[in-house]
Ligand binder design. Structure first.
Ligand SMILES: Nc1nc2c(ncn2[C@@H]2O[C@H](COP(=O)(O)OP(=O)(O)OP(=O)(O)O)[C@@H](O)[C@H]2O)c(=O)[nH]1
Ligand SMILES: [Mg+2]
Length: 318
């Protein structure tokens, strides 16, 4: 028996695992992947817990409520225009400080906010310890550690959501814009820094030393541009030159098959018209060239090369 329905928005920075959590809770198959900006329109799914239907909205990732890109507006409009019961802010445990900026903005403009600190498995690997009680105390909202991949903590989230009884109170669009003015936005950044200082312990400060070193080299003005040119050069070389080697192998493979088939057809006295249709120069060149094209995964350069070479070679063959 269903007692009531709830409407809950999943919000957070891009690529923090919102859709992974959404899929884990609703059983749906929203697009996930390790790059930002996958969810652009949002999706709705349902989960039933304690006789309550929870309508969950997977919203596009956003860095701030004042962002103006189309997908970020979807998220802001949800807060401004919809009547909902709660907002679940999903954060990445590995870069909590950066994520808290948006969390603080949301907490500042609406009520019934729950903070989910996702990717705790990654934080554990990087020896980042989070005092979740302290975090909850400083933010003044419930904080739940979760792992979207293994579904750890999701039952606790559902339990917390189903205990919410009153509808969320939200500020209007104008009030939100006033509340997140540049001055206040700066204060959120400082507050996020303070909160993380109080509730996070990095047991291994150098956990990303190698990544930082690589970043430094790749993003440096002096080394970055030559590396980019070198990589582009390698890609061109692979496309134009190196791809010829597998093409040649493919070409001689099909050439041999073509020759053998032609001889076999002739020996068996197969109708000239059929042999011609299947194996004669132009037809054969097209058919086998097309097979080469498919076999090279649609890479046009080796395919064109194979067709050209194959046509040339069949002049001697037929
Ligand atoms: N290790 C680990 N990876 C996770 C976890 N949750 C999500 N991921 C991975 O993080 C990546 C991003 O997840 P998404 O669910 O696509 O993130 P999102 O917040 O919906 O991203 P956008 O829609 O682009 O804003 C994916 O590769 C997920 O597999 C987790 O708890 N642990
Ligand atoms: Mg998503």
């Amino acid at each position: 028996m269903i007692d009531r329905e709830m409407k809950v928005g999943l919000m957070g920075n891009p690529n923090v695992g919102k859709s992974t959590v959404f899929n884990a809770l609703t059983g749906m198959k929203q697009h996930t992947g390790n790059w930002p900006g996958k969810t652009v329109e949002g999706a709705v799914g349902q989960v039933v817990h304690n006789n309550i239907i929870i309508n969950l909205y997977d919203l596009p990732g956003t860095y701030s409520l004042l962002s103006h890109s189309k997908e970020e507006e979807v998220t802001r409009d949800f807060i401004c225009n919809e009547k909902y019961d709660a907002i679940v802010v999903v954060c990445d445990a590995v870069c909590l400080e950066r994520n808290l900026n948006l969390a603080l903005q949301i907490i500042g403009v609406t009520s019934n906010v729950i903070l989910c600190v996702n990717l705790i498995d990654e934080a554990r690997k990087k020896k980042i310890e989070i005092d979740f009680d302290k975090l909850s105390e400083l933010l003044n909202v419930p904080v739940i550690p979760i792992c979207g991949k293994t579904k750890e903590g999701l039952d606790e989230l559902l339990e917390k959501l189903s205990s919410i009884e009153n509808v969320s109170e939200t500020k209007s669009k104008d009030e939100i814009e006033k509340l997140i003015s540049p001055n206040i936005a700066t204060s959120y950044i400082k507050r996020a820094e303070y909160i993380c200082k109080k509730s996070l312990i990095f047991r291994e400060r150098d956990y990303n030393k190698k990544d930082r070193k690589i970043d430094k080299i790749l993003t440096n003005k002096i080394t970055g541009i030559p590396i980019m040119i070198l990589m582009l050069g390698i890609i061109f070389w692979i496309t134009i030159k190196a791809a010829n080697y597998p093409s040649e192998v493919l070409f001689s493979f099909f050439e041999n098959i073509g020759k053998k088939l032609y001889i076999a057809f002739e020996k068996r006295g197969v109708n000239q018209w059929i042999t011609g249709f299947l194996l004669r120069r132009r037809v054969q060149g097209f058919n086998l060239g097309y097979i080469c094209y498919v076999a090279t995964n649609g890479n046009i350069f080796p395919a064109v090369y194979a067709i050209r070479r194959f046509r040339g070679a069949t002049k001697n063959c037929v």
